[in-house]
Design a protein around this ligand. Structure first.
Ligand code: GLC
Ligand code: CA
Length: 522
């Protein structure tokens, strides 16, 4: 029987202290002045990421695509999009990452392709061929797949093709868990198995070239009519067997949002996200977020769900709470100033691997009022160019302003990486300190245990105990603009981190000043 602290499944060792940085390649750094970021630009900023303390990267899709959904509409899974560079350049990026003792995950989009993918073009044909069953098609154009949008009347094939997200993203066929129409194929039908094997080939291709694993897009939605996700879990278990055999060090993180399922499917990590049952939005993105200084938030439902996931997942893997990502509003849209620092004190003291969305480390803002770019719509404002310094285009690109991929934040006081690196009291400097502290205390690291000490409905502060072996650290977070207190039995020892005021204990009562974060040995 596995015991506490001992994962049931072997995990790549580097995940024990991995801290990820998410790069949206379009907007990170443009090396050749065409207005869009590229691999060479990313290579030139690896030292910046490392200096912050991050030792791993997740890069959004960088494959050939018509970019109707910023690259989540792939037209060739095994070819880098020319706007970022060649496959050789990408391979060089892997090498540069490894030289710095870092790791990199690519973004795998297994659920759908672009309508321009050659598989789809073949699949649209009326004559049967190798790709007829690669996507989910009904057997008459007059019938649409229940529960999904569809593409119909677009070719001679008599049928409607299910779509997963936008209508230009046809759904690949991994089968139905409980087929009840003649055109619905089972999960072990030849068509569904062929799709799964094609997915393995794509993974082989990039892992063989040196990438360290994948962030998997919409990982929980592959098998259809799969109420308890049993079919999708079985599919990922099959992929896990393949990885264990051929690429045991490859790391897998899912965009799923239900760790009890994804970790059972063999993922090492799962994200809590702005959708699904996790109450993630209660933290930073709702009318009264817990981390706002108004102090009107409620952490209790988030904590209840977190505990449930933590117990159910039996430490099979890591539950990851990202600072944000390319799909949600920037953290700095609703959380400001000192509260951003306290939010990061939370993100960098919770178990699981932390993920920092590019620019969140300097408090980059959501750019209001932008016209959609490449299927971004309201997400576009969170995807604006990285602000490096105060040179042309904030150091992102030498292109004329009009040809930047997305407009920059034009505000005069926009934050930049350069200014924040030079300022000890900046958000970035605070994050760098927090990372150093996390990495020097096993209790605070990815696999340290957590026990909630104080997380009451509508109340502040939040307190939890992190532990590993004999090391025990009490984390106390009070984002509210007023002093709060709670009771606990622990005798307070040395303070390993503090921001804001001084936490005081009298009897059982611990008083926590307004806008304060403290990590204290107990
Ligand atoms: C995921 C991606 C998002 C994309 C969608 C469809 O949610 O993060 O950006 O639009 O899947 O692939
Ligand atoms: Ca470029």
């Amino acid at each position: 029987m596995p015991t506490k602290n001992q994962p049931i499944r072997r995990q790549p060792g580097w995940l024990d202290n991995a801290i990820f940085y998410e790069i949206y390649p379009q907007s990170f750094c443009d090396s050749n002045g065409d207005g869009i970021g590229d691999f060479e630009g990313i290579i030139s900023k690896l030292d910046y990421i490392k200096e912050l303390g991050c030792n791993a990267i997740w890069m959004n899709p960088c494959f050939e695509s018509p970019f109707g959904d910023a690259g989540y509409d792939v037209s060739d899974y095994c070819k880098a999009a020319p706007r970022y560079g060649t496959n050789e350049d990408l391979k060089r990026l892997f090498g540069e990452v490894h030289k710095r003792d870092m790791h990199i995950l690519l973004d795998l989009v297994p659920g759908h392709t672009s309508v321009e993918h050659k598989w789809f073009k073949e699949s649209m044909k009326a004559e049967k061929n190798e790709f007829t069953d690669r996507y989910i098609w009904t057997d008459s154009v007059w019938e649409e797949p229940v529960g999904y949008g569809s593409l119909r009347g677009i070719s001679d094939r008599d049928g409607s093709c299910a779509v997963n997200f936008f209508t230009h993203q046809p759904a690949l066929n991994y089968g139905y868990y409980k087929p009840d129409r003649p055109w619905q194929q089972s999960i072990d039908s030849p068509g569904a198995i062929a799709t799964r094997e094609a997915l393995k080939d794509i993974m082989r291709f990039w892992l063989g070239m040196g990438c360290d694993g994948f962030r998997v897009d919409m990982a929980g939605s592959l098998v259809k009519q799969d109420e308890d996700s049993k079919g999708t879990i079985a599919l990922w278990q099959n992929i896990r067997e393949f990885l264990d055999e051929e690429f045991p060090d490859a790391a897998m993180v899912s965009e799923w949002g239900e760790p009890d399922k994804s970790l059972q499917g063999g993922f090492h990590m799962d994200f809590l996200l702005h959708f699904g049952p996790s109450h993630y939005n209660d933290l930073f993105r709702c009318e009264e977020p817990f981390f706002s200084d108004r102090g009107k938030g409620d952490i209790s439902e988030f904590v209840a769900k977190y505990k449930e996931n933590y117990e159910k997942s039996e430490r099979k893997g890591l539950i990851c709470i990202p600072s944000g990502n390319h799909d949600m509003d920037r953290l700095a849209r609703s959380i400001h100033d000192d509260n951003l620092k306290i939010a990061f004190a939370f993100l960098l003291s919770m178990p699981g691997a932390p993920f920092i969305y590019y620019g969140d480390e300097i408090g980059m803002r959501y750019v209001e009022g932008l016209t959609s770019v490449e299927g971004g719509f309201s997400r576009t404002g969170s995807r604006s160019p990285m602000q490096w310094d105060d040179t042309t285009n904030a150091g992102f690109s030498s292109a004329p302003k009009e040809s930047l991929y997305i407009k920059l934040d034009e505000s005069k006081d926009r934050p930049t990486a350069k200014a924040q690196m030079a300022d000890e009291s900046s958000l970035r400097s605070e994050i760098k300190r927090l990372i150093e502290i996390r990495q020097s205390h096993p209790a605070l690291m990815n696999k340290g245990e957590i026990e909630f000490v104080y997380a009451e409905k509508g109340a502040y502060p939040l307190a939890y105990l992190r532990s590993s072996g004999d090391e025990k650290i009490l984390v106390i977070l009070n984002p509210a603009d007023r002093e709060t207190d709670f009771e606990c039995d622990y005798a307070l020892g040395e303070e390993v981190y503090s921001f804001g005021g001084k936490v005081q204990k009298q009897g059982k009562k611990i008083a926590v000043p307004a806008k304060t974060a403290a990590f204290i040995e107990v």
